[in-house]
Design a protein around this ligand. Structure first.
Ligand SMILES: *[C@@H]1O[C@H](CO)[C@@H](O)[C@H](O)[C@H]1NC(C)=O
Ligand SMILES: *[C@@H]1O[C@H](CO)[C@@H](O)[C@H](O)[C@H]1NC(C)=O
Ligand SMILES: *[C@@H]1O[C@H](CO)[C@@H](O)[C@H](O)[C@H]1NC(C)=O
Ligand SMILES: *[C@@H]1O[C@H](CO)[C@@H](O)[C@H](O)[C@H]1NC(C)=O
Ligand SMILES: *[C@@H]1O[C@H](CO)[C@@H](O)[C@H](O)[C@H]1NC(C)=O
Ligand SMILES: *[C@@H]1O[C@H](CO)[C@@H](O)[C@H](O)[C@H]1NC(C)=O
Length: 779
């Protein structure tokens, strides 16, 4: 229960609850940091925010509220969107300038007795923003002595303590408050530390990590389970299997089963030492199965990351699977979502260690998850399972290859069936699997065993490649019966501060010879790993490609890590990566635009729109990357008089768009026109038209800017936009150029689904535009 309130009624309810015996269970370390009501002070509750001195010698957390601390680097409001509401925060500047030995910042709970075998659930809200923060972690601190309190309070003697990370977040939340939860158990005296680490590579850049609404409750969070004394909300299946899972505390047999439970294998002081396992001894036979069934899991908007640990010690371990069952009929197992085929050979022994496993699950209705273990070689194949957690996020399947879906990859060991082009040049590969070094930032994958993380890197500084060269990472072919959501983390980064246009990453669907761009993020991104997702349509024999495109030669990279695929028709993220079929950046051709000669007579390509490949128009660099050597559409005429159209792919019904693009006019032709039409009901409707200004229409125009023929010498990119009102039949949009002695160029067509605030630009291009002091234009 929370002890804070946002209004008087709630506070009355809280007061009544306060008087009830339930209140006795409120944990003394809960904290909303005060400040919620007028005059309410900011308080650290029982938490230790200042640990600068020995024995911890770390930077402090501070108390703040949006009102008091936003200007010195804290978030603008607390977790309840209250400007006065308190939170605890630290900034990378605080951490770096502190006199404390460790430049990380900690906020600690005082040493607390054992959690008991049921463990505890910590929930809290956090917000991370800016480049200067490397991560926020929850650490379990355990003490090797009986009286840490006295040593800490009186600062006498040495304090021996161990820390084990329970939870970690690397990505910025872009200032949003986000909820998190952690289940843990601890045997003896322990503290939890909220630990923020500065990113020394960005020490010049500001960043904060903030925490609010800390609540501890007894027992595991939700459907998490540590299997220390109970199965928590999990149950043995009664009918559909051959035998049951048991609770264990250390194998009594030699050569099979774990010696201790998962978490105490990492830190002997953490746990009371339970897990669940299948006993494969007599009377079990090869192929017998045991199922452990979850409670009904409520459908959420977010996918769930199911994570658990397995111990596969023994000769001839059988298979283990995670099954998905819709709620209405738990025995109707429609899908195995994860499986480990260990085979029945002796060589399948994974040894005495615990292995972390995870899988993203999602569902359109309420569902259950089922662990199904199968006996391999009876007597020697005890499979043990521990520390199940369910967290609202997607996560790549581990170990590699255990998902029954397609695409998941951490890139820790290999590329999981994603293929990259063969390259003979070891020194300068545009696409490679890399690890962190002085050039490459750390990857995104969390792992429990400090394995060096790898990820995919598109090198944008590779001297061998020219602007707009591409490299692709292509999936293995797959067939999907439902729409799936491809989620991944992306890092787009250049060290050249003045350059914002350095490259792009696209997700492309390869469907029987047709390539469709589904998602694209380009230029100007924050360095740091960013969550991304896009829906992939169902179909057979599909492939998906990640395509990196390079801008001009810049030191920089696009990183790709932690791909997870799950069934869901998800919205593209981040927002700006959403792609409409009629979008085109003209990097390598006209996309789905068709070139049509509007006169109907000429078939000469030279009299139509053309894709600029190689410096045909030397005065104009492309708009997308400001790179030379083409990369846009153009048409030009030297005294011929041409009219040509770019026809968009079909646009859907009942959808309003804002149609935006960049255009340039070059050379000097006062009679040239660039127009946009659309064809409702087969009739061309003029919705936008630009004519280069003439000496009459440009106030203060000089002979120099107008050129000898009286037309406007320009050759710079201008922004154009026009609203496409919704209509009930499908239609095309046409970009029509008309020119006699000059030319037009077009680049970066992008459609936005919101047409509000989509006034025609430039405003003179509105067919109904009234020049000041002139009459309405005809047509
Ligand atoms: C911790 O447990 C011991 C033994 O049960 C008890 O004497 C002590 O008061 C407890 N300490 C706290 C802070 O609860
Ligand atoms: C710690 O300091 C407090 C206050 O000075 C004192 O009462 C207490 O006895 C001290 N404890 C130890 C172990 O020195
Ligand atoms: C799941 O939803 C049901 C109602 O549909 C509700 O009664 C139950 O409390 C929910 N469970 C959880 C864990 O939120
Ligand atoms: C199992 O579920 C599928 C789809 O949800 C349904 O078509 C099928 O009839 C179900 N089978 C049983 C035995 O309930
Ligand atoms: C589609 O993309 C793949 C992978 O990048 C490429 O090999 C192929 O040539 C493309 N096909 C078309 C028709 O563009
Ligand atoms: C488009 O809107 C019209 C009018 O509201 C409606 O009758 C029609 O069914 C809609 N069409 C589609 C494909 O949604």
């Amino acid at each position: 229960m929370r002890v804070y309130y946002t209004n008087r009624i709630y506070s009355l309810v809280t007061l009544l609850l306060w008087l009830s015996p339930a209140m006795a269970q409120v944990d003394p370390h809960n904290c909303n940091f005060g400040g919620v009501l007028d005059g309410d002070p900011l308080v650290p509750c029982n938490l230790w925010v200042d640990n600068v001195e020995e024995p911890f010698s770390v930077a402090p957390f501070r108390l703040g509220s949006g009102e008091s601390s936003n200007w010195i680097g804290g978030p603008p409001q607390d977790n309840t969107n209250n400007l006065k509401g308190g939170y605890a925060f630290t900034t990378n500047t605080d951490m770096i300038k502190t006199t404390a030995y460790h430049k990380k910042a900690w906020m600690l709970t005082p040493p607390t007795n054992s959690t008991g075998p049921a463990g505890k659930c910590l929930t809290f809200a956090y917000s991370i923003d800016g480049l200067g923060i490397k991560n926020l972690e929850i650490l379990l601190i355990t003490y090797d002595i009986d009286n840490p309190d006295e040593i800490i309070e009186n600062k006498t003697g040495d304090l021996l303590f161990k820390q084990v990370p329970l939870w970690s977040k690397k990505e910025s939340t872009s200032g949003e408050w986000t909820k998190a939860k952690v289940t843990y158990t601890a045997l003896g005296l322990h503290s939890l530390a909220f630990s923020a680490n500065p990113d020394v590579r960005f020490s010049y850049s500001r960043g904060y990590a903030a925490v609010d609404d800390i609540v501890f409750t007894n027992g595991p969070c939700g459907n998490d389970c540590m299997f220390d004394t109970t199965f928590c909300t999990w149950e043995n299946e009664k009918f559909e299997d051959d035998f049951d899972w048991s609770l264990g505390r250390g194998s009594a047999k030699r050569g099979t089963g774990p010696a201790s439970d998962q978490a105490s294998s990492l830190n002997y002081q953490i746990l009371t030492g339970g897990y669940t396992f299948i006993d494969s001894g007599h009377p079990r036979r090869t192929g017998d199965t045991a199922r452990l069934v979850s409670a009904v899991l409520n459908v959420t908007n977010s996918p769930l990351c199911l994570s658990f640990w397995l111990n596969l010690h023994g000769g001839g371990i059988g298979d283990i699977r995670v099954l998905y069952a819709p709620e209405d009929n738990p025995n109707n197992i429609t899908t195995a979502v994860w499986r480990l085929r260990t085979g029945t050979e002796e060589s399948s022994d994974f040894g005495p260690d615990w292995y972390p496993c995870q899988q993203t699950v999602s569902s359109v209705g309420n569902f259950r998850l089922i662990f199904e273990a199968e006996v391999g070689f009876p007597g020697a194949s005890d499979i043990a399972l521990d520390t199940i957690t369910l967290t609202e996020k997607s996560c790549p399947s581990i170990p590699t290859g255990s998902t029954t879906g397609w695409g998941d990859c951490t890139f820790l060991e290999n590329t999981c069936g994603w293929t990259m082009p063969y390259s003979q040049t070891a020194s300068c590969r545009m696409l490679d699997r890399v690890t962190a070094n002085s050039y490459n930032p750390p990857g995104h994958t969390e792992n429990a065993y400090d394995i060096t993380d790898s990820y995919m890197k598109f090198d944008l500084g590779c001297y061998l490649n020219r602007a707009r060269e591409r490299s692709t990472l292509v999936s293995a072919p797959f067939t999907a019966d439902t729409v799936s959501c491809l989620s991944f983390f992306v890092y787009m980064f250049t060290t050249v501060a003045t350059t914002t246009k350095f490259g792009a990453l696209s997700v492309i669907l390869l469907n029987k010879g047709t390539n469709t761009t589904l998602w694209r993020l380009q230029n100007q991104q924050q360095p740091g790993w960013t969550y991304a997702q896009v829906a992939i349509p169902r179909g057979s024999d599909l492939k998906v490609a990640f395509e990196g495109i390079k801008g001009l030669n810049h030191i920089g990279m696009i990183g790709l890590d932690d791909i997870a695929v799950f069934p869901s028709d998800c919205e593209a993220m981040p927002d700006q990566a959403h792609v409409e079929p009629a979008d085109c950046t003209f990097d390598s051709g006209p996309c789905l635009y068709q070139i049509q000669n509007a006169n109907g007579a000429s078939t000469s390509p030279a009299e139509n729109w053309q894709f600029a490949v190689d410096g045909e128009i030397s005065s104009l660099r492309d708009h997308t990357f400001e790179a030379d050597l083409g990369g846009y559409m153009f048409m030009d005429s030297f005294n011929t008089g041409i009219r040509s159209r770019l026809r968009s792919p079909t646009l859907g019904v009942n959808q309003t768009y804002c149609f935006s693009f960049y255009f340039a006019s070059f050379y000097v032709d006062p009679n040239a026109k660039l127009s946009i039409y659309r064809d409702p009901d087969g009739v061309g409707e003029l919705i936008w038209q630009f004519t280069p200004p003439t000496s009459n229409s440009v106030p203060g125009a000089t002979t120099e800017s107008l050129g000898t023929a009286g037309g406007y010498q320009d050759a710079r990119w201008h922004y154009g936009q026009v609203a496409l009102e919704d209509q009930s039949s499908r239609y095309h949009v046409y970009i029509e150029g008309e020119v006699r002695d000059g030319g037009w160029a077009v680049d970066d067509v992008k459609l936005f689904r919101v047409a509000s605030d989509c006034k025609t630009r430039p405003e003179t291009a509105d067919p109904n535009y009234l020049m000041p002091g002139r009459s309405r234009k005809s047509g």
